[in-house]
Design a protein around this ligand. Structure first.
Ligand code: ATP
Ligand code: MG
Length: 239
C-alpha cells in the first residue's frame, strides 16, 4: 500500500532522515520505534506531506506522492494524527471531531461517521459540548484519532499515541487501533516506547539517527543481537 525508497528529510543542514526504505501492506499494523530525535516524526510528516522530501520517493497505492499537498493526501486516503495531538482547546469536542471532515464532499455521511467515532470512544460523547482543552491527555488522544477518522482514511499515521498516558489509557488507545485495523484501515505507528508498539504491530522497524537499523516482527527483533539493549534503552525512557 505504501512504500518509501531512500527517503531523506533535511532541515537546513540537519539530516533528520537519511535514506529510509520501508513498506506497508494493506491492513497491516506497522510500527517504527526509536529514541528522541531518531527521525520518527520526520518520517510520518514527510509521508503526510507536512514536511518536504529532500530526496527519495514515496509511493501510495502505486502512485508517487512525494511533493503532494497535505489536503490532497487526505483526499487520497492518508490521515495523520500528529505528535502532541494539536487539539483546538477553545473549540468543543464536537467541533474538533468535525474539523477532520473539512476535505470531504459527501457532507450527508458525516453525521454517521461522527456516530462511529463516539461508539469507539464513548467518553467523548459525554464531553461533546465541552471545550476540548478541558479533556485529559488520554481523551485528547482519542479525540485526535477520532478527528483523523472523519477523513475516512485508508492509511492512518499515528505519532506517539501513548506519550504521557497512563498504562490503562494506553491500552484503550491500542484497543481502538486494533478495532480500526479490523475495519480495514492500514496503520503506521511511531513510538518511543517499544513495548506496546512492538506487541501491537505485525512488523516493526527500528530507527536510529535517521536510518533503519533493524526490522522484523516482535519475535524476530527480540532474537536480534543488540535489540534487547536498544529495546531496554527505550524501555528505560518509558514513564
Ligand atoms: N523543524 C525542525 N527544524 C530543525 N530541526 C528539526 C526540526 N524538526 C526536527 N528536527 C531535527 O531532526 C531530527 C529528527 O527529529 P524528529 O522530530 O523527526 O525525531 P523523533 O524521532 O520524532 O523524536 P521524538 O521522539 O523526540 O519525537 C532531530 O535531530 C531534530 O532535532
Ligand atoms: Mg517525534
Amino acid at each position: 500500500m505504501l512504500a518509501t525508497e531512500e527517503l531523506s528529510v533535511t532541515y537546513g543542514n540537519i539530516l533528520a532522515l537519511g535514506g529510509v526504505s520501508l513498506r506497508i501492506e494493506e491492513r497491516e499494523i506497522v510500527s517504527v520505534i526509536g529514541p528522541n530525535g531518531a527521525g520518527k516524526s520526520s518520517l510520518l510528516n514527510a509521508i503526510a506531506g507536512v514536511v518536504p522530501v529532500a530526496s527519495g520517493s514515496i509511493e501510495f497505492e502505486g502512485q508517487t506522492i512525494a511533493g503532494t499537498a497535505p489536503e490532497e493526501l487526505v483526499r487520497l486516503g492518508i490521515s495523520l494524527v500528529p505528535e502532541g495531538r494539536h487539539i483546538f482547546g477553545g473549540l468543543t469536542v464536537a467541533e474538533n471531531i468535525r474539523i477532520g471532515a473539512v476535505a470531504r464532499r459527501d457532507r450527508n455521511a458525516i453525521d454517521g461517521d461522527v456516530e462511529r467515532v463516539l461508539a469507539m470512544f464513548p467518553v467523548l460523547r459525554e464531553r461533546l459540548r465541552q471545550p476540548a482543552g478541558k479533556l485529559s491527555g488520554g481523551e485528547q488522544q482519542m479525540l485526535a484519532i477520532g478527528r483523523a477518522l472523519l477523513a475516512r482514511p485508508r492509511l492512518l499515521l499515528i505519532d506517539e499515541p501513548s506519550l504521557g498516558l497512563a498504562p490503562l489509557v494506553v491500552s484503550e488507545v491500542y484497543r481502538a487501533i486494533a478495532d480500526l485495523r479490523a475495519e480495514g484501515v492500514t496503520i503506521l505507528i511511531v513510538e518511543q516506547s517499544a513495548t506496546r508498539a512492538l506487541e501491537a504491530a505485525d512488523r516493526t522497524y527500528v530507527l536510529a539517527s535517521g536510518s533503519i537499523v533493524m526490522a522484523g516482527d516482535a519475535a524476530e527483533l527480540r532474537a536480534e543481537e543488540g535489540f534487547e539493549d536498544a529495546y531496554f534503552g527505550y524501555k528505560a525512557r518509558d514513564p
